[in-house]
Write a protein that binds this ligand. Structure first.
Ligand SMILES: [Zn+2]
Length: 313
């Protein structure tokens, strides 16, 4: 409690309208600082707003939007793009460098700053933030991007209703008895042993790229809605993209997250159930996923072209 008061004083002295996320005393595990308390005592300014995340995605009520085209992922194949992995006490975060994303119905180019993960308590207790038709996945990865024009200036991004673009990827248990798979996720999880305590960081020296981690996902198929940060201070500045295909990761790798990293030092509890409760539904748009019919159309055009060629037209 002393710590909580100390943090609040620091925030008040800072004189800004809100505190940066990391300076607000919030948590997942305790009623006094957990998600149920965010809209009231912990961070009421935005956490009780009207476009809060995460949400359940009802696939039947999502409306198709033909402006949701393919993304352009720049440098996502670069094996030096992941720099540092950190235990923040609330998640495991990986800093990114020289990566951008554009297209995908976004209004401008965004710089990819970091990704982090949300999880439950092993593969048996799912912990994704978004759900689809009420189904929760074991884990969820969030790639956090800021409008490139803001040059990493958080204050500017938090003043823009689309200042951040978050890319959400579900993680599902891989079929069969595979272990240590895929190699990219096994490598990433191997760093957890080096960051067991809150505040610990490690340099990522392995050659893994974002493309390696996003294996098996058709990035042309996604949902879109306008929402918020899912952690205090819950600012409503996020264009959300939630991809339809999950990343498939073997059970042993998923289970390493809830069994390795602590919320404080080694004597503190393990980091588990690191997700916010669902917020009221938002209007969700979806990509037009008619690849089957567009193939048919392309085939028809080729057939017509062939007929023209054959008949001399
Ligand atoms: Zn997140």
């Amino acid at each position: 409690m002393k710590l909580l008061l100390g943090v609040l004083v620091v925030c008040a002295l800072a004189g800004s309208g809100h505190c940066a996320s990391d300076s607000v005393a919030w948590c997942y595990h305790d009623a006094s600082c957990g998600p149920a308390a965010w809209p009231t005592v912990v961070s009421p300014e935005f956490c009780n707003g009207s476009r809060q995340s995460p949400v359940n995605i009802d696939t039947r009520s999502a409306t198709e939007d033909s402006s949701l085209k393919n993304f352009i992922f720049n440098n996502y194949d670069n094996t030096s793009g992941l720099t540092t992995i950190t235990n923040t006490g609330r998640t495991v975060k990986v800093a990114l460098q020289d990566l951008t994303v554009s297209g995908g119905g976004l209004s401008t180019k965004y710089q990819s700053l970091q990704f982090h993960l949300h999880w439950g308590n092993g593969d048996a207790v799912p912990g994704s933030e978004h759900t689809v038709n009420g189904m929760r996945y074991p884990m969820e990865m969030h790639i956090v991007n800021m409008k490139e024009s803001y040059n990493g200036n958080v204050t500017l991004a938090l003043a823009d209703s689309e200042g951040l673009a978050a890319l959400g990827f579900f993680i599902e248990v891989m079929d069969g008895n595979a272990t240590a798979s895929p190699a990219s996720w096994n490598t990433l999880a191997s760093y957890l042993a080096n960051i067991t305590n809150s505040g610990d960081s490690a340099s990522i020296t392995s050659k893994i790229s974002m493309d390696d981690l996003l294996v098996g996902v058709d990035r042309a198929r996604y949902y879109r809605y306008l929402g918020s940060l899912t952690t205090p201070t819950c600012n409503e500045v996020v264009v959300w993209t939630v991809f339809k295909d999950p990343i498939k990761v073997s059970k042993d790798v998923i289970n390493r997250f809830n069994s390795t990293v602590h919320i404080g030092n080694d004597t503190s509890i393990l980091m588990i159930n690191t997700y916010r409760n669902l917020q009221p539904d938002q209007e969700v748009k979806t990509t037009v996923d008619n690849s089957g019919s567009s193939i048919t159309l392309a085939s028809a055009q080729m057939a017509i072209a062939a007929i023209w060629a054959f008949t001399g037209f």
